[in-house]
Design a protein around this ligand. Structure first.
Ligand code: NDP
Length: 332
């Protein structure tokens, strides 16, 4: 096992991205996300994602020097074009405008097309909650999830994130895939040589399976919560790709020509200013709901696990397997 401080994680990520041809600003944005993923989780989207970022640039699939454009289409509506780069660069460019528009109008949305997203969505919504806003983020990805009862994939793992300010402590921030498991977790289980804890996809014969290799072969994940998760996957496909004009999950065929590790999609990020909704006791409501969850058996507020992981990683850094270190060394 090797060991790195968070500063070292950010430095090695930045060095690898720069070496892969990414410009300074983009490298800073992505290296910061890699560091945050190692710090808060999910670690599957931290340093382990660097080979995929690098491949996306070297294959020419993603633009390492993206100059995203953000257009104000209406008082509460910002539309982004990611210039075929990573969404988070466009999102960062739009954040100040989105916050100002939400404060002005009560609600504002940012949609983005022509963009890639490989990261955890929690980092898209958290800055909005830190600014006192309620936030909802959605991104679609390549077709890997079979609709409930279906036989072939239609949706991406289509993650969704929610964040809300909380008085006296860090915001509520959770994010999750709409598949039973995220694709990276299937890949990690395959790399680590163990089964998934439950049926996460279909095997090549179309049977539910816990075997990550069988699932990777069929390229078919299951939606979480049967028909309910399947319906939310559909919503993310519409909110992500259709609303933004991004790439539908079923239209990611182009990626195969570039080596097929990365995906393009579309994203929508909605910000709401609770101060404009007319309930002066909003903060009390949130505090009361959270108090009912915490201390309720083993329940905890979703996403709060990140805060204890963050506190620990800030003091102790992170441990890295020899296999991951070898991968990173090969990229520097
Ligand atoms: P998880 O199932 O690991 O976690 C989902 C959420 O639940 C997290 O916010 C987690 O936060 C929280 N949580 C976990 N355990 C508990 C618990 N016992 N009680 C309350 N809350 C809990 O996420 P997924 O595997 O579905 O997704 C992993 C990541 O992959 C996400 O960050 C997602 O954004 C990302 N993703 C990105 C995609 C892309 O295309 N960019 C595609 C799909 C996924 P915490 O543990 O901190 O409390």
């Amino acid at each position: 096992m090797a060991h790195m401080t968070l500063a070292e994680v950010r430095d090695i990520a930045r060095a690898i991205l720069t070496r892969a041809g990414m410009d300074e600003h983009g490298s800073d944005v992505l290296a910061n996300l890699v560091m945050r993923s190692e710090r808060d989780g999910p670690r599957s989207h931290g340093l382990r994602m660097l080979p995929v970022y690098v491949q996306s640039f070297r294959s020419g699939y993603a633009n390492p020097e993206a100059r995203p454009a953000v257009e104000h289409r209406a008082p509460g509506l910002l539309r982004g074009n990611g210039d075929n780069g990573y969404y988070q660069i466009a999102r960062q460019a739009a954040t100040a405008g989105l916050i100002a528009a939400a404060r002005e109008n009560g609600v504002a949305a940012f949609t983005c097309a022509n963009c890639h997203h490989l990261g955890a969505l929690r980092f898209d919504t958290e800055p909005l909650a830190e600014a006192g806003l309620v936030a909802l983020g959605m991104v679609n990805s390549m077709s890997m999830v079979v609709p409930h009862g279906g036989k072939r994939p239609v949706f991406g793992t289509n993650p969704i994130s929610f964040a809300a300010p909380r008085i006296g402590t860090a915001p509520i921030v959770w994010d999750q895939a709409t598949s039973v498991v995220a694709l990276m977790d299937v890949k990690m289980a395959a790399a680590e040589g163990h089964n998934l804890p439950c049926d996460g996809g279909l095997d090549p014969q179309g049977n539910p399976s816990q075997d990550p290799n069988a699932i990777l072969e069929s390229k078919s994940l299951l939606p979480f919560g049967e028909h309910k998760g399947s319906a939310i996957g559909l919503m993310v496909e519409i909110m992500g790709a259709a609303l933004a004009g991004g790439t539908l999950a079923i239209d990611n065929a182009d990626r195969a020509a570039h080596g097929g590790l990365n995906v393009k999609g579309g994203a929508t990020l909605i910000a709401m200013d609770p101060g404009r909704f007319g309930n002066p006791a909003f903060n009390d409501y949130v505090s009361r709901i959270c108090a009912e969850i915490d201390g309720n058996g083993d329940a905890r507020v979703p996403g709060d696990g990140r805060l204890s992981r963050r506190a620990k990683a800030e003091i102790s850094g992170v441990a890295l397997s020899d296999e991951l270190m070898a991968q990173l060394t090969g990229l520097t």
